[in-house]
Design a protein around this ligand. Structure first.
Ligand code: DNO
Length: 359
């Protein structure tokens, strides 16, 4: 496993590169050109400047999260070919700058959703929280307002203001689009981009739907074993991969996360993993917790054992931390709890490695 840490860029992140450099093991950066709209080409010059800035701090940029997919591609609208071409150009430019893995998602209109970004856990820390009933009591616009109000002035990944202010309009475009239609559009996209990814050696890694079920009546294609099998079958290549996010897949109790890890790692489809724990609090209701298994409902040790025993050598990053020790940060992406999470992940990994070498 190669350890990684998500960073949003200078002026956008409360965490600095020198903070990250002091985390034991010196994780590689999972970066983004924050502010790029979906569908825009990332030029090699822009990527190069960003990469050099990271390298000047003694760190390396090897993973991007995310290059967002333009809605016209998901909708199968006439302009999709142009946006697919732009996506391919971006991937080629990223490959030329040494990026080997690109995370993206194919969720229509809206990325990950929480109904509260600062839900207080019993120890006084604040966590991201989801309650299906609360969601059902909100219109999409109310959700957007509530999310912006609680984000502490930070943008959230997938919640770019210019995109979200058009949410109602975008959702209307999806009316009548069935899961099969979306799947067809997804296949069209993959068939066009995967050969280019193979050529420039950049592995795509699709992030699961979060939470792991449909919301607001929008079709969603990536939240179960069967879903992922179908996506992998659309184009049979290791370059058509998965971002195995334990918290997103684990939010659906129907998913056996260690089993999914073993199954897809064995087939060389997992270049990237997000380790997050969540605590179930009721039907389709959960809070994100500290990474420690005892704090949540997922067994992080079993999850890492599944990666370890599969010979996983991709990138792993700690996902969503709680906000602790009065940190002022982007919800889910402070320094402190993610650094604790990463040390815990590395501790389990070391124990697995050393335990194996003793046998
Ligand atoms: C939220 C993230 C997601 C993720 C995208 C990947 O914190 O897990 O926004 O980055 O869905 O494209």
């Amino acid at each position: 496993m190669k350890t990684a840490f998500r960073w949003y860029g200078e002026g956008s992140d409360s965490v600095s590169l020198s903070d990250i450099r002091q985390i034991p093991g010196r994780p590689v950066i999972v970066g983004v050109l924050d502010g790029k709209a979906a569908g825009e080409v990332w030029t090699e010059q822009e990527i190069g400047a960003y990469r050099r800035h990271i390298e000047d701090s003694g760190l390396r940029l090897e993973v991007i999260e995310s290059v967002n997919i333009h809605e016209d591609i998901k909708l199968g609208a006439p302009a999709r070919d142009q946006y697919i071409e732009n996506f391919i150009k971006t991937i080629q430019n990223l490959g030329a700058q040494g990026i080997r893995v690109v995370c993206y998602n194919f969720m229509p209109a809206i990325d990950f959703v929480r109904t509260d970004l600062a839900w207080e856990l019993e120890d006084g820390s604040k966590a991201l929280y989801y309650d299906q009933k609360a969601l059902e009591g909100m219109t999409p616009d109310q959700l957007v307002d509530a999310t912006f109000q609680k984000s502490g002035g930070f943008t959230l990944p997938g919640w770019e203001p210019e995109r979200l202010y058009k949410l109602k309009e975008t959702m209307e475009r999806y009316q009548g689009l069935t899961p099969d239609d979306l799947r067809k559009n997804y296949r069209y996209f993959l068939e066009a981009v995967i050969p280019a990814c193979e050529q420039c050696d950049v592995r795509l890694a699709v992030h699961p739907d979060d939470p792991g079920w449909e919301i607001f009546g929008l079709p969603r294609l990536a939240h179960s074993m069967e879903d992922y099998q179908r996506i992998m079958d659309m184009v049979d290549s290791p370059y058509n991969g998965i971002t195995l996010c334990t918290g997103s897949l684990g939010s659906n109790p129907g998913n056996n996360v260690p089993e999914m890890i073993r199954y897809f790692c064995k087939r060389d489809r997992v270049p990237f993993a997000h380790i997050r724990n969540i605590r179930f609090l009721g039907e389709r209701t959960f809070a994100e917790s500290g990474h420690l298994s005892a704090e949540g409902s997922l067994d992080i040790c079993e999850i890492l054992r599944a990666f370890y025993e599969s010979g996983f050598d991709g990138y792993i990053r700690p996902d969503h931390g709680r906000t602790i020790w009065n940190e002022k940060c982007r919800p889910g992406y402070g320094l402190y709890d993610r650094a604790l999470g990463l040390m815990y992940i590395m501790g389990i990994w070391e124990a697995l490695e050393k335990g194996a070498s003793r046998r």
